[in-house]
Ligand binder design. Structure first.
Ligand code: IPE
Ligand code: IPE
Ligand code: MG
Length: 238
């Protein structure tokens, strides 16, 4: 009984920004004798559930890794499928985002992305930009190193010779996002894989062996409860 009470989520100590590396779609599908693309399709449905649950819990920022700058290395058929998923996601869940007060945001490079995909993301982002609940960010064609190099090149283009630490953020794709408080990675892979490098500096890291297509709101809450047990120090002492 006492233990159950301790394991409750504290609504007053929520992480402001949660980021997720949604991994394990391929493994999930392979174990069932299904195609990798089927795993990605299931993963998109799970993502919708987690997005809605984060909004319900009143999380302010949720950022999910959907396609990395390194994922172009995959077979063309899988890349094509992944390129199409954000469109399907938005077609299916745009109205829910509107009604649940969710603001859509995107971080990543436009390089190699189809014009119609960018247009659709920008249209939904524009339509939801006044929403005050969850900011839901899709990291798509995103790489942490690419983001930093892109920032540096933009600084150089302005003819600047030096940049202050606190001014660097404004050059990042993720400039609108606060630092990540909690990073979740599924599928028992314990690495960062070039996600949000700048914003992960002091994040609490949570790894689970649950595969992304099996990830449920209760798993999400479990990660938040674990986060709430951690003592964050930021280099200081208590
Ligand atoms: C994550 O699942 C989705 C993307 C990287 C787009 P994976 O496709 O990486 O699944 P595994 O790692 O092969 O199981
Ligand atoms: C990270 O997963 C990228 C996304 C979840 C979109 P990967 O499956 O691509 O990462 P690695 O290759 O195992 O490091
Ligand atoms: Mg993977």
């Amino acid at each position: 009984m006492v233990k159950m009470m301790k394991d409750k989520l504290n609504p007053d100590k929520l992480p402001k920004h949660i980021a997720i590396i949604m991994d394990g779609n391929g493994t999930w599908a392979r174990r069932r004798g299904l195609s990798r693309n089927y795993g990605h399709r299931k993963g998109a449905i799970v993502l919708k559930d987690i997005m809605l649950h984060a909004a319900k819990l009143k999380i302010k920022y949720l950022t999910v890794f959907a396609f990395s700058t390194e994922n172009w290395k995959r077979p063309q058929e899988e890349v094509n499928y992944l390129m199409n998923l954000p469109k399907e996601f938005l077609n299916e869940y745009e109205e829910e985002m509107v009604s649940e007060d969710i603001r859509l945001h995107w971080v990543g490079s436009k390089n190699r992305l189809a014009e119609d995909l960018i247009k659709q993301i920008e249209r939904v982002a524009e339509r939801t930009k006044a929403n005050k609940g969850l900011t839901f960010t899709i990291a798509f064609n995103y790489g942490g190193r690419d983001e930093i190099i892109n920032a540096v090149n933009n600084i150089l283009k302005e003819g600047r010779k030096e940049i202050a630490l606190e001014d660097f953020n404004q050059y990042l794709y993720s400039q609108e996002l606060p630092d990540v408080d909690l990073l979740i990675r599924t599928s028992n892979q314990v690495r960062i894989s070039n996600f949000l490098l700048w914003k992960l500096a002091y994040s609490e890291l949570y790894f689970t062996d649950v595969l992304w297509p099996d990830f449920r709101p209760k798993n999400f809450e479990k990660a938040i409860i674990e986060y709430q047990r951690r003592e964050r120090r930021f280099g200081g002492i208590k």
